[in-house]
Design a binder for this molecule. Structure first.
Ligand code: NAD
Ligand code: ZN
Length: 363
């Protein structure tokens, strides 16, 4: 639904608003919190690029306390949560307090977790500022942090009271981060919508791209899936396409690379590998595999998956929270726009898919 250029998407227990005028709605949302303590969680980049605009447009926030953390996935940890819980306690935040998460997926994941656990849960609102968080991370109620080198292993399901997507925040995001977010859009298209895939293939910098349109399409795909299966018992696993292998590569890179991969960059590699597996044991045709790999390889800088790391990748996959048994669990494509979850795959085929990715890089 769209009123006054604001698109409104109903989620399970909340709402997502998208558009250049979302802050008008936010002002209404903040009314009940006028006499409550309000905290805004930022990192140094959203402090610099997004906070002033947010506060200028929302009077209720003039007296908000700003909680700043260092940017980056390496800070999505329990140690940082500890500091933030401590700060909330020092400010004597009570159960009526509100936390506004202003940032990318690191801020919305961790802020959601802090709010969900502090005093058994205070309200939080997400204002995502990266493409990745606007189209994916801020929606759907998954909150959490990384732990002992494993991605998102500590967390809870809990929806934000509202998600306010202001596409103009993307103006200060660099190309690398835009591409990282684009990977999740490609994922949405691959698992659910072939016509969306055809549009995304043209490239994100093409004149035809409207950010509001892209955000809305992706959020709708994700939200429809989450509505059917909020706690990931079944259908929601579709959203893990590219993530079984992608998360392992991301975690390894985070611990070992001087310049670690971004989440979406790792997921792009994961999608190539998992498309290869989809071609080998599911119904994805060779032509479709070529369509997917050539598109992804044209967007993302090739990355070397060192054979000496293969064992570590597999160990990380075995530890992944998506696995219900000792087997490694995948979501695989049956064609572009359709996927199947709960596909158990043996180690040999996974290793083959990593080598397949490496072979593309050399072409
Ligand atoms: N909860 C979910 O359902 C879900 C889904 C997908 C991804 N995730 C998580 O999201 C995280 C990745 O999110 P991300 O890619 O947004 O990373 P991020 O939060 O680290 O943001 C990327 C970088 O962009 C900067 N930034 C943010 N907004 C900016 C702006 N407007 N202008 C300039 N710079 C800006 C940040 O400071 C950071 O340096 C991962 O931890 C991933 O696990 C969660
Ligand atoms: Zn993801």
């Amino acid at each position: 639904m769209s009123v006054n250029n604001i698109i409104n998407i109903k989620t399970k227990s909340s709402e997502v608003f998208v558009g250049d005028e979302v802050f008008n709605v936010l002002n209404e949302y903040l009314r009940p919190y006028r006499n409550c303590k309000i905290f805004i969680l930022v990192d140094e980049n959203t402090l610099q690029h997004c906070l002033t605009e947010l506060i200028t447009q929302n009077k209720t926030l003039h007296n908000a306390e700003i909680l700043e953390i260092d940017s980056g996935e390496e800070n999505k940890t329990l140690d940082v949560c500890y500091q933030l819980w401590k700060t909330l306690a020092e400010y004597k935040a009570d159960r009526n307090a509100l936390l506004i998460n202003l940032g990318g997926g690191v801020i919305t994941d961790m802020g959601g977790f802090i709010a969900s656990t502090y005093k058994r849960g205070i309200d939080f609102i997400n204002i995502p500022t990266t493409l990745l968080s606007q189209i994916d991370a801020s929606v759907g109620g998954k909150t959490g942090v990384d732990f002992e080198g494993l991605k998102n292993i500590i967390g809870v399901f809990n929806e934000a009271k509202g998600v306010f997507v202001y596409p103009n925040f993307l103006k200060t995001l660099d190309k690398r981060q835009m591409l990282s977010g684009y990977a999740e859009a490609l994922k949405h298209a691959l698992i659910k919508d072939v016509s969306y895939w055809k549009e995304l293939k043209k490239g994100m910098l093409s004149d035809t791209v409207s950010w509001t349109n892209l955000i809305t399409r992706s959020v709708n795909i994700k939200n429809d899936i989450v509505l059917n299966d909020p706690l990931e018992k079944g259908e929601r696993k579709l959203l893990n396409f590219g993530h079984t292998i992608g998360h392992a590569i991301e975690s390894y890179s985070l611990e070992n690379d001087k310049r670690p991969l971004c989440h979406g960059e790792a997921i792009a590699i994961g999608m190539v590998c998992e498309s290869y597996i989809s071609n080998m044991i599911n119904d994805l045709t060779a032509l479709e595999l070529e369509n997917i790999t050539s598109t992804i390889m044209s967007f993302y800088t090739p990355y070397k998956l060192d054979e000496s790391n293969y064992h570590a990748y597999i160990e990380l996959m075995k530890n992944d929270k998506k696995n219900e048994t000792a087997e490694i669990n995948f979501t695989l494509l049956s064609k572009i726009g359709k996927a199947d979850f709960n596909q158990e795959i043996g180690v040999d085929l996974i290793l083959e898919s990593l080598s397949y990715y490496n072979s593309l890089k050399d072409k």
